[in-house]
Design a protein. Structure first.
Length: 450
């Protein structure tokens, strides 16, 4: 066994949070490049506006498929960490083996299910006659590589959960760097267009997945991976714990799908595709907010879970306070960047003056209330790390419900562009409810296991 990067039970909490949160945040930030770089290049090919709208339509669907990796990994990784904290190494190993097999089985099922349904599904989610060919081309190739997407995303969580945050970051950077190199080659040099963008992403995920497998099956990992037939007891525990974070990610993508559908309906033939293109750019910026934020709150789950399993409740309290502060600091920085650098971000995707102005406005609207979102992410992920799935689910469900109510009500009252205000509405009401619940129940949760 190699030397641990971090001792989850003994290292100082401040240093531990920084050493795990920052690489996890950086890894998620780099992983955002998968979609942003694709969209950036696609926006500048012939017919770039329509191509970008098409990829924006299928983007939430492929991300939702990838969220199955979080169902398994964020269900299994904190569970493995708690077992490690309790000194039950055999049980931790059993969890990892089961999760690896579950990832493979899930990828096969998703591929078999989604490929035959891609036509009606993409049209249902907002593809028009002009954007459908682009959406179908990207979707077909991407979904064919679902195995690599799930393994690269899922296994990385188990690497971080064992204290190897820097290793997880390097593997994500490997895939993202390869994607940046392959995109212009496949899209422009070989003339593959959106197919080239999808192929570059699949090949990059293959490299990350291979690296993760080699690490977890090698000698450095304290808990090693191997294939094993799933055990019903372990599968049930993993899926129960992972349902809340899976729900968050899956419904986030349903929200994007619903937004596209609402924009298409209320925008009409004249404005619908343009607004969907605008939403694609704004959601790309929101990925820069939410994925690194999730990297902080999700990556540091291992600190909370390990010390909760070791009955070190003061370390759990101290860690959560510091993680919340770090999350809020990140969202504050992104709030300022949205106002100062939003137009520069939009220029990565389009040079059309009207699209530039509209997309920059949409970014400002969508980020109006992202500072409280830092609190929301950490408290919900904190409950998940401690095994409080019902609380995580309830808090997540409330925020999503607020979003959908606003999304369908505001455009009906004020027109298509009002749909963008659904994001800040949910980003205020959701965190307020979450903070109230956390204050009411958190000490009871800790005392029950002290």
């Amino acid at each position: 066994m190699g030397k641990l990067e971090n001792d989850l039970g003994r290292d100082g909490i401040s240093r531990l949070v920084v050493r795990i949160a920052l690489p996890s945040m950086a890894a998620q930030f780099v992983s955002v490049l998968y979609s942003i770089v694709d969209r950036m290049y696609i926006g500048h090919i012939a017919g770039g506006g329509l191509a970008l709208a098409g990829v924006g339509i299928c983007g939430p669907v492929v991300t939702m498929a990838g969220s199955v990796a979080f169902l398994i990994a964020i269900g299994g990784a904190p569970l493995m960490s708690r077992c490690m904290g309790e000194g039950r190494e055999d049980e931790a190993s059993r969890i990892l083996r089961n999760c690896l097999t579950m990832l493979v089985i899930a990828s096969a099922l998703l591929t078999a299910l989604l490929l035959p349904l891609r036509g009606p599904m993409l049209r249902l989610f907002g593809a028009s006659e002009t954007t459908y060919p682009y959406a179908e081309a990207y979707f077909t190739i991407y979904i064919s590589g679902t195995l690599f997407a799930l393994l690269s995303t899922g296994l990385n969580q188990f690497i971080i959960a064992q204290g190897f945050a820097k290793t997880g970051m390097k593997l994500v950077m490997l895939g993202a760097g390869l994607n940046i190199l392959l995109d212009p080659l496949l899209i422009f040099v070989l003339g593959l267009g959106v197919r080239g963008a999808a192929a570059a992403t699949v090949l990059s995920q293959l490299a990350s997945a291979a690296g993760a497998l080699l690490f977890l099956m090698g000698g450095r990992a304290p808990v090693r991976a191997a294939f094993a037939w799933p055990e019903a007891r372990v599968v049930r525990r993993v899926l129960t714990l992972g349902f809340a974070p899976f729900f968050i990610i899956a419904v986030d993508n349903v929200m994007i799908i619903a937004l596209n559908a609402v924009l298409g309906r209320y925008g009409g033939a004249a404005e619908g595709d343009a607004l969907i293109t605008c939403a694609t750019i704004a959601q790309s910026f929101m990925l820069v907010v939410t994925m690194p934020l999730g990297g902080i709150s999700g990556g540091t789950q291992t600190i909370l879970a390990f010390n909760y399993g070791a009955r070190k409740m003061n370390r759990v309290r101290e860690a959560q306070k510091k993680i919340v502060r770090l999350c809020v600091l990140y969202t504050l920085i992104m709030f300022l960047l949205a106002r100062l650098a939003g137009p520069l971000f939009v220029r990565l995707f389009t040079s059309d003056a009207q699209q530039l102005a509209l997309s920059a406005w949409a970014i400002r609207v969508c980020t109006l209330a992202i500072i409280p979102l830092g609190v929301q992410y950490e408290l919900v992920d904190g409950f998940t790390a401690l095994g409080q799935m019902r609380l995580s689910f309830t808090l997540s469900f409330f925020r999503k419900l607020m979003y959908f109510l606003a999304l369908f009500a505001l455009p009906a009252l004020f027109g298509a562009r009002a749909a963008f205000y659904a994001e800040p509405v949910s980003d205020v009401l959701g965190p307020v409810f979450t903070v109230l619940v956390h204050r009411a129940v958190m000490e009871k949760v800790l005392m029950r296991s002290a």
